[in-house]
Design a protein around this ligand. Structure first.
Ligand code: 6PG
Length: 253
């Protein structure tokens, strides 16, 4: 199983700084080792927490954005300019302020049905031009992200993998669709456990007192029905970035 680290910041500002530092380090390491940085990001509160320091010139100027390939860990099946779109969130928080080439950002095709959208996203991911970066596994049937950035909902969901949903049993597809998401909007696509657990590093960002109870349950590792707890990269690292409010009820270590 993966080594799991807990990283508790006194406030969300510090959390954003620590996450920015971590992203820069992973980006540098991946580019040095394999020539590209392949990353997946989620929606919710994550894009703004992620971007806060990453876009500051003293940080952003050190990043080789032209070597980034940015994918979505999950996305709502809505137009890309819809307020519910994770792409729109990530674009305004991050992409509009840095310089990843357009061809290296991978939004969904919202014109497709959710099912076709997931299949097309999987196909595009497997064909992604990340030459030599080791992104597509040698078998051709899987991908290895350098970093996946995830949030966690108060019910323990992550990406668009919800407790009790049949998608938790998905072992074949890399990208799957859901049309009955308990968190609106109902139609979404999501990376599945086979992709999340193949990543070199998965980092969760959890801030605020609304995450306290679920953090305790996940830390106890007793409830294998919680999607966020099932993210355990097989050969990678797992880091939980929290603010003190989210971590408040965790036992002191
Ligand atoms: C989405 C998100 C989702 C999110 C969690 C946590 O599209 O809804 O990707 O998985 O990350 O619900 O959201 P918060 O960070 O806003 O609590």
């Amino acid at each position: 199983t993966a080594s799991r680290k807990l990283d508790v910041s006194p406030d969300t500002d510090t959390l954003s700084r620590r996450v920015a530092d971590m992203v820069v380090e992973h980006s540098d390491d991946a580019i040095r080792a394999r020539g590209a940085f392949n990353v997946a990001v989620s929606g919710g509160s994550l894009p703004s927490m992620l971007a806060k320091y990453l876009v500051q010139p003293d940080v952003a100027d050190k990043v080789q954005w032209d070597k980034w390939n940015l994918f979505f860990a999950d996305e709502r099946c809505v137009p890309l300019d819809d307020d519910e779109s994770n792409y729109k969130l990530v674009k305004s928080a991050l992409l509009d302020r840095i310089s990843i080439p357009d061809a290296q950002v991978f939004p969904i095709d919202p014109a497709l049905s959710p099912e076709a959208c997931a299949a097309e996203y999987q196909a595009r991911m497997l064909k992604a031009e990340t030459t030599g970066s080791g992104f597509v596994a040698p078998s051709g049937s899987g991908v290895v992200f350098d970093l996946v950035l995830l949030g966690m909902g108060p019910d323990g969901h992550t990406a668009s993998l919800f407790p009790g949903h049949k998608l938790l049993e998905e072992h074949t597809k890399l990208v799957a669709h859901i049309e009955d998401s308990p968190k609106p909007p109902p139609s979404r696509i999501t990376l599945t456990f086979p992709v999340l657990n193949a990543a070199r590093c998965v980092a969760f960002l959890a801030a605020g007192s609304g995450k306290q109870e679920m953090m305790v349950r996940i830390h106890q590792q007793k409830d294998s029905t919680l999607p966020a707890q099932c993210v355990q990269p097989e050969n990678g690292t797992l880091i939980w970035y929290m603010d003190s409010a989210a971590a408040e009820k965790l036992p002191a270590n």
